[in-house]
Design a protein around this ligand. Structure first.
Ligand code: GDP
Length: 463
C-alpha cells in the first residue's frame, strides 16, 4: 500500500509529565479509525459527522474499557496541517494515558508515524515548501527568541520569497540570452553589457548576503562553541563566573589551579556560549606538571574548533611573551581580546596597541564588575555578525540550503567571469542554467527523494 494511503498517528507533545498530551491522527481513514476508539459525551453525536474546525468532548476506549477523558479537534482535508483529514486528541498528560490512546489507535488500524512524517505529508500535499519544512524543525529546535524568530521567518515563506526574487531575475536574464543566442534572425533586442553585469552583480550580492547570514543565524539558533584563553591569573575563572552568574569554576589567587576544561553553557544576550574554560595556558618546563601539560594540549586543540575565542590578558601588568604567543595563535580566528583588571591598570594604551593586530577587537573591562557584561555582549554580537542580522528577513537555515546557495552564487560568479573575459553570451547562459538549477535544488522544486529523505531524517516523530 502506498504510504500516503495509510493513516498515521503519533504523540505530538514531548513525552513525560505535563498538563495535556496531544496525539495527532492524519490520513484518509482518520475519522473511521477515531470513530472506533472515541466515544462522545453527547449522545447522538458522531465523529463521522464532525465538521472541520470543531471540537468534541468524550473519552477513549482501549480493548472495550473506558479510559481517559478526551478532547477531539477535527480538521477536514485539505484545511489541515498535512492537507489530509486530521484529528488531534488531547488526553491528560504523563505517558500512561497517551500510550493507551496510541495503542487503541494502532489496534483500530492506524500506523505509527515516522520522524517528520506529518510535515512530509504537508510537503507532498503542497501545504509547505521544502525550505518551510526545514524551518519547522528549526522552530522546534531553536533556543532563544531571536533564533526562533529567524526560523519562523523561513517558515512564513520569507526565505522562499527572497530566493524566488533571485530566480525571477536570473530566469528573465536567461530567457533573454537564450532568445538572442538561439534566434539570431529574430529581432531580439540586444542586452546591454551594463544591464547584464548589473543584474548578475545584484543577484550575486543577494546570494552573498544569504550565505553570510547563515553563520550568524546558526549562532542565534544553536549557540557557539567558545574557548576562554589566557595565562594563569589573568582572570579567566572570574570572567567565567561573571558569565555564568555563580561560582562554577574555583577562583584562587594561586597560579595554575584551573586544571581542566570546564564546560558550561551560558546565555550572553541573544547568544548561547558553550564555554570551555581552558587550563591556564603557559609554557611547561621539563619539571612541569604533567596533568597541566595535558590540559594545555587540549586547550590548543579546542581553539581550532571554537566559533568564538575570548582571550584574556591582565591589564595591570605588562604583557608577557606568553601573552603574545596566545595573541599570535588568535590571529585569523573569531577572537576577542579582553584586557581585564581595568580597575587596577593605570593605562591600557600600550597593551591595546600590541594586541590589536591579532584580534578582531580589543575590549577593556573588569571581570569582577557585572556592568562588564553589556559591552562584552555587544562586542561578541558584533564579532559574530548577529548584531546586524535581521532575524525577520528570511535566512538560510540548514547546511543543505547553504550548499545549494553557495553553488548558485559560484555559478553567478562564473557567469560574470565568462562575460568579463569575453567567452560569449552562450557561455554566460550555461552558467546561468547552473545557477538556476542550484536554486531549484535549494527550494526543493524538483527535489529528488534522497534530498527529501535527508531533510526529514532529523525530524522528531509527531511533527
Ligand atoms: P585565572 O587563573 O585566569 O582563572 O584567574 P582568576 O579568575 O582565578 O583570577 C586571578 C585573581 O585575579 C583572583 O584573585 C581574582 O579575584 C582577580 N581578578 C580577576 N579579575 C579581576 C578584575 O577585573 N579586577 C581585579 N581587581 N581583580 C581581578
Amino acid at each position: 500500500m502506498d504510504r500516503l494511503e495509510q493513516t498515521i498517528c503519533a504523540l505530538a507533545t514531548p513525552p513525560g509529565e505535563g498538563g495535556i498530551a496531544v496525539i495527532r491522527v492524519s490520513g484518509p481513514d482518520a475519522y473511521a479509525i477515531v470513530e472506533k476508539v472515541f466515544v462522545p459525551v453527547r449522545r447522538g453525536r458522531r465523529v463521522a459527522d464532525a465538521k472541520g474546525y470543531t471540537a468534541m468532548l468524550g473519552h477513549y476506549l482501549l480493548r472495550g474499557e473506558e479510559m481517559d477523558e478526551t478532547v477531539a479537534l477535527f480538521y477536514r482535508a485539505p484545511h489541515s496541517y498535512t492537507g489530509e483529514d486530521v484529528i488531534e486528541l488531547s488526553v491528560h498528560g504523563g505517558t500512561a494515558m497517551a500510550d493507551g490512546l496510541l495503542e487503541a489507535l494502532l489496534l483500530a488500524g492506524a500506523a505509527p508515524a515516522g520522524p517528520g512524517e506529518f510535515t512530509r505529508r504537508a510537503l507532498e500535499h503542497g501545504k509547505l515548501s521544502l525550505t518551510q519544512a526545514e524551518a519547522v524543525m528549526e522552530v522546534i529546535a531553536a533556543n532563544g527568541r531571536q533564533g526562533a524568530a529567524l526560523a519562523k521567518s523561513a517558515l512564513d515563506g520569507r526565505l522562499a520569497k527572497r530566493i524566488a526574487a533571485i530566480q525571477t531575475a536570473l530566469q528573465s536574464l536567461n530567457a533573454h540570452l537564450s532568445a538572442w543566442v538561439d534566434y539570431p534572425e529574430e529581432d531580439v533586442p540586444e542586452l546591454s553589457d551594463a544591464a547584464l553585469t548589473g543584474t548578475l552583480l545584484a543577484q550575486k550580492a543577494e546570494l552573498d548576503d544569504l550565505i553570510a547570514g547563515y553563520g550568524a543565524g546558526a549562532v542565534l539558533r544553536h549557540g557557539v562553541d567558545c574557548v576562554l584563553l589566557g595565562r594563569p591569573n589573568v582572570g579567566k575563572s572570574t570572567l567565567l563566573n561573571l558569565l555564568a552568574g555563580f561560582d562554577r569554576a574555583i577562583v584562587t589567587p594561586v597560579a595554575g589551579t584551573t586544571r581542566d576544561i570546564v564546560e558550561q553553557a551560558v546565555q550572553l544576550g541573544e547568544i548561547r556560549l558553550n564555554l570551555f574554560d581552558t587550563a591556564g595556558v603557559r609554557e611547561v618546563g621539563a619539571d612541569g606538571d604533567a596533568i597541566e601539560a595535558e590540559g594545555i594540549r587540549r586547550s590548543w586543540k579546542k581553539l581550532d574548533e571554537a566559533g568564538l575565542v575570548l582571550a584574556v590578558f591582565d591589564a595591570a601588568q605588562p604583557l608577557e611573551e606568553s601573552d603574545l604567543d596566545i595573541a599570535r595563535r588568535c590571529q585569523g580566528r573569531p577572537a576577542l581580546a579582553i584586557l581585564n583588571k581595568q580597575d587596577l591598570a593605570e593605562s591600557t594604551e600600550a597593551a591595546r596597541d600590541l594586541l590589536a593586530p591579532y584580534f578582531k577587537k580589543v575590549l577593556t573591562l573588569c571581570a569582577k564588575d557585572a556592568a562588564s557584561l553589556q559591552p562584552l555582549s555587544a562586542a561578541v554580537a558584533e564579532l559574530l555578525g548577529t548584531a546586524k542580522l535581521d532575524p525577520r528577513a528570511g535566512q538560510l537555515c540548514s547546511a543543505r540550503q547553504l550548499a545549494a546557495a553557495t553553488r548558485a552564487r559560484d555559478a553567478v560568479a562564473e557567469a560574470l567571469k565568462a562575460n568579463r573575459e569575453g567567452f560569449g553570451l552562450d557561455a554566460v547562459a550555461v552558467c546561468l542554467t547552473d545557477a538556476l538549477q542550484a536554486l531549484c535544488d535549494l527550494t526543493g522544486e524538483d527535489a529528488a527523494d534522497a534530498t527529501i529523505d535527508e531533510v526529514f531524517e532529523t525530524f522528531c516523530v509527531g511533527k
